[in-house]
Ligand binder design. Structure first.
Ligand SMILES: [Fe+2]
Length: 411
């Protein structure tokens, strides 16, 4: 009799868990506003095609409440985006504002057609002098290499993850949404800090987010743009704590380097010029570790962006796309100089790495700008000290081995 009761109980729990998952498919964090006082909780739901999507509400608090009704604050979805290409799927964004800086929050997602979610946690970025840590990498995919690196990355207790393009490898194709589903499932299970906080995603667009890779329009990047709401444009900037500016660029996927984006970049760099540290991140490298630097996108980056990086003396540029580990010398113009800019890359956060040596790579030895090059999966851990006096970049591999480190002082 006891066994039967146990089986029934397990059935009920399993059914309950299934019902709880049936409507809410993914829950993950981005930012659309100030990371110290806001968060964007993105909830993807599945429902019967032709029927209205469920209504989504987030209840949240700085203390853990026993029941959804005991949370002190609630916010309905601020943007509801039904995906016509995926009948029955909707992206709900709940942007919470007026949050306390450096504060841990607990939240649950309530759906009009579903059970309440489990309890999630996140932490806002501080706005006073305190150490800041985040991780940066790109070119992920969904295989075991990516998962091993994500486990190491989450263990670093980062306050957010900067992904420099080529996340799921679904190529802007709605018919490959299953790949995005797997990517979000892996993120949900692995990208949680040791203390249980979800890690917000700060993403740049890469060629594998876009049908055709380059020179696309917004329809060509539908899944990326609508699953990861961050900004009206694929290039944007954030202030991260009191000391650091972060500028995210589109290396020719939807927006050309020249023209509007370069004009915007100048204004963004000017806007962050009173901050001691400023990082710029984008997908295609200006100084690639593997592909030829004479390519159209690296050349455009060096023509239109590099002079501005140097004029405003950015702390470092985070580059991706080439699936290799790279650290450049300090670069100004086409020379190595003591007061030059550091470029770190090149996007090997899961994808198989490119070889350093071989018949096709004979040209690599002639690249004056490479200080280090290694065929090694990795991500960068970035540590900003409390005073904002320096940023230290540490490369870690899938074993958690710290195999390179470089520090840049405030400008
Ligand atoms: Fe790429």
């Amino acid at each position: 009799m006891k066994l039967v009761s146990l089986i029934l109980l397990l059935c009920q729990l399993t059914l309950g868990a299934h019902q709880a998952r049936a409507g809410i498919r993914h829950t993950y964090l981005t930012w659309q506003a100030d990371p110290s006082s806001s968060i964007s909780i993105n909830v993807q739901t599945l429902h019967q095609p032709g029927q209205p999507p469920p209504q989504i509400t987030v209840v949240y608090d700085t203390v853990l409440a026993a029941a959804p009704s005991a949370y002190r604050w609630a916010s309905a979805a601020t943007n509801v985006d039904p995906i016509d290409a995926l009948p029955g799927r909707t992206v709900h964004s709940v942007v919470l504002h007026d949050l306390l800086p450096g504060q841990r929050y607990h939240y649950r997602v309530l759906s009009s057609q579903d059970a309440a979610s489990r309890v999630y946690h996140f932490r806002t970025i501080h706005d006073e002098p305190k150490p800041l840590r985040f991780i940066a990498g790109g070119d992920m995919g969904i295989d075991e290499n990516a998962q091993r690196l994500q486990a190491v990355a989450a263990a670093q207790n980062p306050q957010f993850a900067l992904i420099g393009g080529d996340l799921a490898y679904a190529n802007g194709d709605w018919s490959q949404t299953r790949v995005w589903d797997r990517w979000f499932d892996i993120w949900d299970s692995l990208m949680v800090t040791p203390s249980g906080n979800q890690i917000p995603i700060v993403a740049a667009i890469g060629n594998h987010e876009v049908r055709g890779g380059y020179a696309g329009n917004v329809q060509d990047a539908g899944p990326y743009l609508r699953f990861l709401p961050q900004s009206p444009t694929p290039y944007y900037e954030r202030s991260i704590g009191p000391h650091m500016g972060l500028i995210v660029l589109d290396s020719g996927h939807l927006t050309p380097h020249a023209g509007v984006q370069t004009d915007w970049l100048r204004r963004a760099l000017e806007g962050h010029s009173d901050r001691p540290l400023c990082l710029v991140a984008y997908h295609v490298p200006l100084f690639p570790g593997f592909r030829l630097p004479s390519g159209a996108m690296p050349s455009a980056g060096r023509e239109f962006w590099q002079p501005l990086f140097e004029q405003y003396n950015i702390t470092a540029a985070l580059e991706h796309h080439d699936h290799i580990f790279k650290r450049t010398v300090l670069i100004r113009g086409d020379e190595e100089t003591e007061d030059g800019i550091l470029y770190l890359g090149d996007g090997a956060f899961g994808r198989p790495t490119k070889p350093v040596e071989g018949p096709r790579q004979v040209h690599l030895g002639r690249r004056w700008y490479l200080h280090k090059l290694e065929s090694r999966g990795h991500f960068w851990r970035v540590d900003v000290d409390a005073a904002g006096a320096s940023a230290t970049f540490t490369a870690l591999d899938e074993e958690g081995i710290e195999f390179d480190q470089v520090t840049r002082l405030a400008r």
